[in-house]
Design a protein around this ligand. Structure first.
Ligand code: M6R
Length: 365
């Protein structure tokens, strides 16, 4: 089943272009410029009327929820909150009328996510699922949903499920947004960008060897930072989680601006700091964050937009990814970070597909 790949994680990283094609097929209709979500059709009116979305999950699925928070507010213009399922359940949450809870889970069996979903339903929320495993417990307990169609994910590190979660959240945002304020022009722009992702991912995957060489330079360092702003803040969290989980290197991810408020004290000579520095609204701000880290001896590994001739002056290593609009960028920018974690783990001799102390799905709270 592994074919030419040494590990499931690498196979699943490389399956992403096709996983995304399957996730988008019949849903992101480029020619007609519309999103078709059969699973939500019976609930379309309630979704348009919804006053608040709560996106919930754990681990990587929670990172997808954080990106979803930006997407829903940016594109669908509806109040949205991303919350850890484990925290939502026990904080006596306020669920007003018109609340939609969206449970995000690869396995559909995560205990915390299931408990949060039940709690929200109990309090009157409509329940949607963004789930990969068909017929799983969470999928069965939701009112409606979008299956991810990522195919089986066997490696403990979640990779292709994450990018499909981002695609599903983008489609949900456009689906809701288009029925409210989104014009046809913007709708078409987002759909075109989303449909370009599978081919663009083929290009991103070509960086694998370069990423391995970068990983080799820093693999003995026990502390790494991952920084990004806006849509890339959750990507920074995800890059750090992947590295921790499979290579046992201590890594932290955070919004780039946050380092000034304490974590900058960690930076010492030679510390690897990964910046997602793609072109967009906050590019200049990211560059100044990079300069601050560099001045303190940090080694800058930048994920940047192809054709950016400026970034090289500020970075020790640059990994280029194709250009796309900001809401779609996380689908591309996360992939070099998945590869970084993979190569670092292999170089350190770790059991990539079955990291210590971890199980594929966490069925206890
Ligand atoms: O099956 P789920 O998506 O609900 O799993 C949630 C997390 O346990 C999962 O994403 C975990 O964080 C991964 N091992 C991360 O790679």
């Amino acid at each position: 089943e592994l074919g030419d790949y040494e590990h499931y994680m690498l196979k699943e990283i490389f399956e992403q272009p096709n996983a995304l094609r399957n996730c988008l097929r019949g849903r992101a209709e480029q020619r007609e410029g519309r999103i078709v979500l059969g699973g939500l059709a019976d609930h379309a009116r309630d979704l348009v009327k919804a006053r608040r979305f709560i996106l919930t999950g754990q681990g990587t699925a929670w990172h997808a929820a954080l990106v979803g928070d930006y997407l829903m507010e940016d594109l669908a213009k509806v109040v949205t909150e991303a919350t850890y399922a484990s925290e939502f359940r026990y904080r006596n949450p306020i669920v007003e009328e018109g609340t939609v809870v969206v449970a995000i889970s690869q396995s559909g069996e995560t205990a915390d996510t299931l408990a949060a979903l039940r709690e929200a339903k109990e309090r009157g929320a409509m329940a949607l699922g963004l789930i990969n495993v068909v017929g799983s417990t969470i999928a069965r307990e939701t009112d409606a949903g979008i299956y991810l169609h990522a195919g089986p994910e066997i490696g403990v590190a979640s990779t292709k499920a994450f990018t499909c979660q981002l695609a599903a959240l983008t489609m949900l945002s456009v689906y809701v947004g288009r029925k409210k304020f989104m014009g046809q022009g913007q709708t078409q722009e987002v759909i075109d960008a989303l449909c370009a992702v599978p081919d663009q991912l083929d290009v991103v995957l070509k960086t694998s060897e370069q990423v391995r060489d970068i990983a080799a330079k820093f693999v003995d360092r026990e502390n790494w930072l991952f920084l990004g702003r806006g849509y890339h803040y959750p990507v920074a969290l995800e890059g750090a989680l992947k590295l921790k989980e499979i290579s046992y290197i201590h890594a932290e991810g955070m919004p780039a601006a946050e380092i000034k408020h304490g974590p900058i004290a960690l930076i010492n000579d030679g510390m690897p700091v990964v910046f997602i520095a793609t072109q967009g609204l906050q590019y200049d701000k990211v560059i100044s964050n990079i300069e601050v880290v560099r001045a303190r001896g940090g080694k800058i590994i930048a994920v940047a937009t192809e054709g950016d001739t400026n970034i090289g002056r500020y970075s020790d290593d640059v990994i280029y990814i194709p250009h796309t609009i900001e809401p779609i960028q996380p689908l591309l920018s996360v992939v070099p970070l998945q590869l970084m974690a993979y190569h670092a783990a292999v170089l350190r001799g770790c059991n990539v597909d079955k990291p210590r102390n971890l199980a594929k799905s966490v069925t206890v709270e």
